[in-house]
Design a protein around this ligand. Structure first.
Ligand code: PFF
Length: 467
């Protein structure tokens, strides 16, 4: 490996062929289970409108600026997140210890991957269920029972978890442009199309008005410290922020691409997909009184089969839809483990295939705890896991603690330490005002908001414990 002080114009892992490949790859990372599975169910559990509003605000004033800071660090150094932060500390004279942001990010990625692949496995199972006609004319109760049956079958969960981990391994092992770039380029457009079809179905056959009201009428009394923290954490999760995934992708971004415009495009696409997924799912939920809005992680998997079971061409569209959910999860999963793999290649000199194999293997092992959370460990909620199952605990720890904390540290590092010349070189802002606004958001607004939200939640938890 070359000297880390030198400024290489290209990453040793390759570069995206164009700005659009970066956009598609970063959107591929951002758009995933977070948008289609998680956003609708957490919006459902947290009362809808007001929650959605907090989430949108967090995307705009916290998420997008931090995403820009991550790409800045990645492209500046053209290295994996740990080394990218280290290179930056040398350029800016900041403490060497900032590199632990990268280390925390790598660990967060592995933890997320461990449960992400289990849920992506559900989507794979649904592809086959759909194509074999299981959902034809299915009732709401039947759909609920089908999902329950899957969760109660550890062998099936394990099989799909293993299949998905293997699929992810194959792509990351194939490298940046052949593997990651290709998946994003060919698959993302289909996902947008399938969601559009579902949106039309929700409009024609579901209770569209109730769905829209639920998502967009804010009822602030439904907001608690908990739900605000969940909304903020989700803004980080959905944009793949705070753990270096976008930083790692930024390292492969062509030097000529404009960071601001590019990231804005990614942020808008990601938000659109989440909102359209919500607009497709809630009308079906409200048209079927047996489905609970707050049904939790099963919401997508219980509500949509009913739509597919009763719509013309439902077998085809349903199969396509779940295949696309799996693909969206796939292109996100590769970005979850890419930082760890790039680190092993750069710092340990490993071959990509070996690094990918070991990292995927570790995530697979850890994922067994999530598989067990739906079976033997379903009631295992010890105090040291904060009364969560291992699955819920990993989700909580990563989205609500590690990603926001990582994001804030990245914001503080870049905004307070970046030399002016470096900011100009990477962002190339035409107007000074835009740069001042970005620095203001990163220096003051994001850290204050994130820490405040965490403090509110902590206070709420402590007072509950005291009560
Ligand atoms: N953004 C992905 C989703 O919404 O499904 C999940 C994710 C990918 C989170 C990559 C974090 C990450 F680094």
């Amino acid at each position: 490996m070359d000297n880390q002080n030198s400024h290489t114009p290209k990453s040793i892992h390759g570069t995206w062929s164009s700005r659009w490949t970066f956009i598609l790859a970063a959107t591929g990372s951002a758009v995933g289970l977070g948008n289609i599975w998680k956003f609708p169910y957490i919006a459902g559990e947290n009362g809808g409108g007001a929650f959605v509003l907090v989430y949108l605000l967090c995307i705009v004033i916290v998420g997008i600026p931090i995403m820009m800071a991550e790409v800045f660090l990645g492209r500046n150094a053209r290295r994996n997140p740990v080394n990218a932060v280290e290179v930056f500390t040398r350029q800016s004279g900041a403490s060497h210890n900032w590199r632990y942001i990268g280390v925390m990010g790598v660990i967060a990625g592995l933890l997320i991957m461990s449960f992400y692949s289990v849920v992506a496995g559900w989507a794979l199972h649904y592809v086959f269920a759909s194509i074999s006609g299981t959902f034809t004319d299915i009732s709401a109760a039947g759909s609920d029972a089908f999902f329950g049956g899957l969760l109660g079958d550890p062998k099936a969960l394990l099989g799909w978890h293993s299949t998905f981990t293997l699929m992810t391994f194959i792509i990351v092992a194939s490298g940046v442009s052949k593997g990651l770039g290709a998946v994003a380029k060919y698959m993302m457009p289909f996902l947008f199309l399938a969601l559009a079809v579902l949106l039309v179905y929700g409009f024609l056959a579901g209770n569209f008005k109730a769905g829209v009201m639920f998502l967009f009428t804010p009822n602030f009394s439904a907001l608690t410290g908990d739900s605000i923290l969940i909304a903020m954490g989700h803004a980080f999760f959905t944009l793949s922020l705070g753990m270096g995934a976008i930083m790692a992708y930024g390292a492969y971004m062509p030097s000529s691409a404009n960071i601001g415009k590019t990231i804005l495009t990614v942020g808008i696409l990601d938000t659109l997909v989440a909102l359209v997924a919500g607009l497709a799912i809630f009308p079906i939920v409200f048209a079927n009184p047996t489905i609970e809005v707050g049904a939790g992680p099963g919401l997508l998997f219980v509500s949509l089969p009913i739509a597919f079971g009763s719509m013309p061409l439902g077998l085809l569209i349903g199969t396509l839809f779940f295949a696309l959910v799996a693909v969206a999860a796939w292109s996100s999963a590769v970005s979850l483990i890419e930082p760890a793999i790039a680190w092993l290649i750069e710092n340990k000199g490993w071959k990509r295939i070996k690094a990918a194999g070991i990292v995927a293997g570790c995530c697979w092992l850890l994922g067994l705890l999530t598989v067990a959370s739906f079976g033997p460990l379903a009631e295992f909620k010890p105090a040291w896991l904060l009364y969560f199952t291992p699955f819920d605990f990993f989700d909580f720890l990563t989205s609500q603690i590690m990603l926001p904390l990582g994001g804030v540290l990245i914001a503080l590092l870049v905004a307070w330490k970046a030399p002016a010349a470096l900011l100009q070189k990477e962002f190339g802002f035409k107007s000074q005002k835009t740069q001042t606004l970005l620095l203001f958001l990163l220096r003051f607004v994001s850290p204050t908001l994130v820490l405040l939200i965490m403090a509110i939640k902590l206070f709420e938890t402590l007072s509950q414990l005291g009560a």
